[in-house]
Design a protein around this ligand. Structure first.
Ligand SMILES: Cc1cc2nc3c(=O)[nH]c(=O)nc-3n(C[C@H](O)[C@H](O)[C@H](O)COP(=O)(O)O)c2cc1C
Length: 179
């Protein structure tokens, strides 16, 4: 019942022939400094072996325009389809990895696997974040930050995809002195 979750597209593989995508909701930030993330993947996924062998993956955040591809890549296997071409997504080599990232994604987080922890149904890939690339159209020129609302990111909760709602507050607003 922990919600909402991201529904991210993980890109993996290290040559255009074996590039693959899988949808993942078991993922998150686990350390600020050094920046680290995790994804949990079932060993039976085609992507599992690709990530284990290359030690690399990219977390591509998904937006409303990518919702169809996000679901489809989560119910079809790279054993049967080249998901990039099927979903008309453009693979571009990441800057620090051989793995591809998705050109159409609003934000891409390049990750290098540090440790794999077998947990049960899923193995947890703990990874160092080695680079982040954001689509410049979502960078607010005034604050020089990524504009989440403009990117129209999607969330996932118990089998359903959602748009993000309206902002209702800002970090620390409860204790900020009035001007
Ligand atoms: C919304 C959503 C979230 C998912 N989250 C995960 C996850 O966290 N871990 C996982 O192993 N599979 C997850 N899956 C399932 C995989 O994406 C799915 O089995 C996919 O077909 C695997 O592709 P592959 O065989 O090409 O690697 C999720 C699927 C969907 C639709």
């Amino acid at each position: 019942m922990i919600y909402p979750l991201p529904a991210a597209l993980i890109s993996c593989g290290n040559t255009p022939e074996n590039y693959n995508l899988l949808t993942v909701s078991w993922l998150g930030t686990i350390c600020s400094n050094p920046p680290m993330c995790y994804i949990s993947v079932r060993p039976e996924r085609h992507s599992y072996q690709l990530i284990k062998e290359s030690g690399e993956f990219v977390i591509n955040l998904t937006n409303e325009a990518m919702a169809f591809a996000t679901d489809w890549c989560g119910v079809r296997s790279g054993r049967d389809y080249h998901k990039f071409s099927k979903m008309k997504l453009t693979p571009v080599k990441a800057e620090m990895l051989d793995a591809p990232m998705i050109k159409e994604a609003p934000l891409c987080i390049e990750c290098k696997v540090k440790e794999i922890i077998p947990l049960g149904s899923h193995d947890m890939f703990i990874a160092d974040v080695v680079n982040i690339q954001a689509d410049k159209q979502y960078i607010d020129p005034e604050t020089d930050t990524f504009d989440l609302a403009k990117a129209k990111l999607i969330a996932y909760s118990h089998g359903h995809y959602y748009k993000l709602g309206e902002e209702i507050g800002k970090f620390g607003w409860t204790v900020k002195k009035k001007k």
